[in-house]
Design a protein around this ligand. Structure first.
Ligand code: SAM
Length: 563
C-alpha cells in the first residue's frame, strides 16, 4: 500500500506540474490526492482476478469511488447535495420585456468590463466540470443576444467530462441561430412561450415576434430536438390557455412545462396571480380525464405528465407550492461572475474578482466555490409567503380554443410540423431565368498549370463546365424541398482570371414553369467549383471557394438583379 501511495504521489507531482502551467493553477487538494491514491490502489489489486469478477468488482469500485468523490467534492453541500448542474447566465440583456420578468425600460446594465469574457466563462466552466459538473445550461437575460454564443457552446462541448450543454431562450432568433448551435453540439433547448396567441404575446413581452418563436419551435423539432416549452401560468393572463397548451402536445414532440409564477423583486408580484400545480392538473383533467403522471428522474425539477397517445408531454415546475430543494443539484453563475447557490437567495460570491486577481490560485478559487456551496440553505424561503389555499376558488372554467392556429407560417412545414414541398399547381407558367456565380481562388502555381492545361487530371475548365450542367440537373435530388423542374437550358462558363489567380464560374439556367430556377443556377456553380477543387487538390489544398451567389433572376413574383 505504501508503494502505491508513493506511486500516486509521483503521479500527482506530474499532474501538478502540468496543471501549474495554466493560469490560476494550484496543486491538487488533499481530497484529490486521496482519490488518486485510492484509484491507483484499486487498479493494482484487481489485476489477476477472473474477468467477470473483475468487471463486477471494478464497477462496484468505480461507483464507490464516485460516491467518495461526490462526498468530498467542493460541490457537495452540508446537506449532502452534490451539484452537477450549472446554469450560466451569459448576459443581463434581453430582446423582450416580459412584464413579469423585466420593467419596460429594461434593467440597469453593468459596464461590459464587469461581465465575464468568453475566456472567463470557459475558464470557470472548466473548473466546475473538473469538480463534478456534468450539465451546463446557458441562460440570461437572453443568451442568444451574446455574439459568442455559438463559440461558447462549441468550446464547452470540447470539455471531455461535460455530458450535456443546453440553452434556455425566448426563441426569437432560433430560425437564424439553431443550425449553427446544433453544429456546435448543442444538446437541448428550452424555449419560453407564455401564450399561443399573437396579440397576448405582444402585450406581455412588449415586443413583436410570436411567429418567429413558433417557427423556432418547429425548426427545433425538424432538426431532431425535443424542445421544452416553458410557460409561466398567470391568472388573468393565460389561465384560459392551459388546455390549448396540452393540445399543443397532441402532434408535436415537445415537452410543455407550466412554471408557477414566482416572486422576484420588481415584478409587481401578486399572490393571487399564482396558479398552482394542483389547480392546473384539475383544470386539465376536466377536459383530458386520462391525463396521467409519468415517472421522474431523481433531480428533475419538473413533474412529468402526458395524455396517452399524444406526441409530446407536459410538466409542472412547482417552485412555489411544492419546492424541490431536497434534490436540488443546481448552481448558478451570473453574467458578472458571481456564484449563486439558490435562485431565491440573495447571497452571491464573486468568482470574477478572484479570477482577475493575480494572488488567487486555482486551488483558492475552488475553495471559494466550495465555501459558497457549503453555505447553501436546506431550502429556499420564497414560497412560505404564498397562501395557495384560495387559488382553487378562483379559476374560471373556460373552454379551450381548439381551432386556433398554433403553427408557424413557414412555407415548407405542414400543420403537423413536418417538412413539405410548396404546392405550385396554382401558379402561372412563365419563362424563368436565373444566373449565379462562384469563384475558386487557386493561387499562383495552379493558375499557371490551368493556363497551360498541364494538370495531371485533365482540362479543369471544360470538366468544371460539364460538372456544372450535370449539377443543375441534379438539384432536386440534392436540395430536399426543391421541385424537379424540366430545364430548357443550362449554360455554364468557366473562366480563368489569371491576374486574380482564380477561376470564375457562371451558370445561367432557364425553364418555362411554375417555379424558379435559382437553386439550379446556384447548384451548378457550386458543383462546378467543387470540381475545380477536385481537379486541383493533388497540387495544393490551399484552395478557397468564395462568393457563391445569385446574380439575377426573373419571371417569378419577385425579380432580382444584383447591383
Ligand atoms: N431569456 C431566456 C428565456 O426567455 O427563456 C432565459 C432567461 S428567462 C429569465 C428564464 C425563464 O424564467 C423563462 O422561462 C421565464 O419565463 C422564467 N421566468 C422569468 N420570470 C419569472 C417569474 N416571475 N416566475 C416564473 N418564471 C419566470
Amino acid at each position: 500500500m505504501r508503494l502505491l501511495v508513493k506511486r500516486a504521489k509521483l503521479m500527482l507531482f506530474q499532474c501538478g506540474a502540468q496543471i501549474s502551467r495554466r493560469p490560476f493553477s494550484g496543486m491538487a487538494t488533499g481530497s484529490q490526492f486521496h482519490r488518486l491514491a485510492t484509484a491507483t490502489a484499486t487498479k493494482t489489486v484487481a489485476t489477476g482476478a477472473q474477468q467477470h469478477d473483475l468487471d463486477t468488482d471494478s464497477h462496484l469500485r468505480e461507483t464507490t469511488i464516485r460516491q467518495n468523490q461526490a462526498a468530498t467534492s467542493p460541490l457537495t453541500d452540508s446537506f449532502g447535495r452534490h451539484h452537477t448542474y450549472l446554469r450560466i447566465s451569459l448576459t443581463e440583456r434581453c430582446n423582450l420585456r416580459c412584464d413579469y420578468c423585466m420593467p419596460a425600460e429594461g434593467v440597469p446594465l453593468q459596464p461590459k468590463s464587469q461581465l465575464l469574457t468568453t475566456e472567463e466563462v470557459l475558464h470557470l466552466a472548466r473548473i466546475f466540470v473538473e469538480q463534478g459538473v456534468r450539465k451546463i445550461r446557458l441562460t440570461g437575460g437572453e443568451p442568444t443576444v451574446r455574439r459568442d454564443i455559438v463559440e461558447i457552446v462549441a468550446q464547452l462541448k470540447a470539455l471531455p467530462e461535460l455530458e450535456h450543454v443546453g440553452i434556455t431562450t425566448n426563441g426569437l432568433v432560433l430560425t437564424r441561430l439553431l443550425l449553427p448551435l446544433q453544429r456546435a453540439g448543442l444538446d437541448s433547448l428550452n424555449i419560453s412561450l407564455d401564450t399561443l396567441r399573437k396579440d397576448r404575446f405582444e402585450r406581455i413581452t412588449r415586443r413583436k415576434g410570436w411567429e418567429r418563436v413558433i417557427a423556432g419551435i418547429d425548426l427545433a423539432i425538424q432538426l431532431g430536438y425535443r424542445p421544452k416549452v416553458n410557460c409561466v401560468l398567470m391568472r388573468d393572463f393565460n389561465e384560459d390557455e392551459i388546455c390549448d397548451f396540452v393540445e399543443f402536445t397532441r402532434e408535436r414532440p415537445v415537452d410543455v412545462r407550466f412554471i408557477e409564477y414566482m416572486p422576484f423583486s420588481g415584478n409587481k408580484w401578486q399572490t393571487e396571480r399564482l396558479i398552482s400545480y394542483s389547480e392546473t392538473v384539475k383544470i386539465i383533467r376536466e377536459r383530458f380525464p386520462d391525463f396521467q403522471a409519468l415517472p421522474n428522474g431523481p433531480n428533475d425539477t419538473s413533474k412529468a405528465y402526458a395524455v396517452p397517445g399524444f406526441a409530446g408531454q407536459m410538466g409542472f415546475i412547482t417552485s412555489m407550492t411544492e419546492h424541490f430543494c431536497g434534490t436540488c443539484n443546481r448552481l448558478r453563475l451570473t453574467a458578472d461572475g458571481n456564484i449563486k447557490v439558490c435562485l431565491f437567495g440573495n447571497k452571491e460570491y464573486s468568482l470574477r474578482d478572484a479570477l482577475r486577481s493575480d494572488q488567487c490560485t486555482e486551488e483558492q478559487l475552488i475553495e471559494l466555490i466550495g465555501s459558497a456551496v457549503q453555505r447553501k440553505k436546506r431550502q429556499h424561503a420564497g414560497y412560505a409567503t404564498v397562501d395557495i389555499r384560495q387559488q382553487h376558488l378562483l379559476h374560471p372554467h373556460q373552454k379551450p380554443l381548439l381551432h386556433m392556429r398554433n403553427y408557424s407560417n413557414l412555407t415548407h412545414i405542414d400543420a403537423q410540423g413536418k417538412a413539405k414541398m410548396v404546392d405550385v399547381a396554382a401558379k402561372a407558367q412563365t419563362t424563368r431565368v436565373a444566373t449565379a456565380e462562384a469563384f475558386v481562388q487557386v493561387g499562383e502555381r495552379l493558375t499557371a498549370l490551368i493556363a497551360a492545361n498541364e494538370l495531371a487530371k485533365g482540362d479543369v475548365l471544360s470538366i468544371a463546365q460539364l460538372a456544372g450542367i450535370m449539377g443543375a440537373k441534379q438539384t432536386s435530388q440534392l436540395i430536399p424541398l426543391c421541385h424537379n423542374i424540366a430545364l430548357s437550358s443550362v449554360r455554364v462558363q468557366a473562366t480563368l482570371l489569371e491576374a486574380e489567380k482564380c477561376v470564375r464560374l457562371e451558370a445561367s439556367v432557364r425553364c418555362t414553369g411554375q417555379t424558379g430556377v435559382e437553386m439550379e443556377a446556384l447548384t451548378a456553380v457550386a458543383v462546378a467549383a467543387l470540381t475545380v477543387y477536385d481537379m486541383c487538390k493533388a497540387v495544393s489544398h490551399d484552395i478557397c471557394i468564395t462568393n457563391v451567389r445569385l446574380l439575377s433572376k426573373s419571371g417569378g413574383k419577385r425579380d432580382f438583379q444584383r447591383q
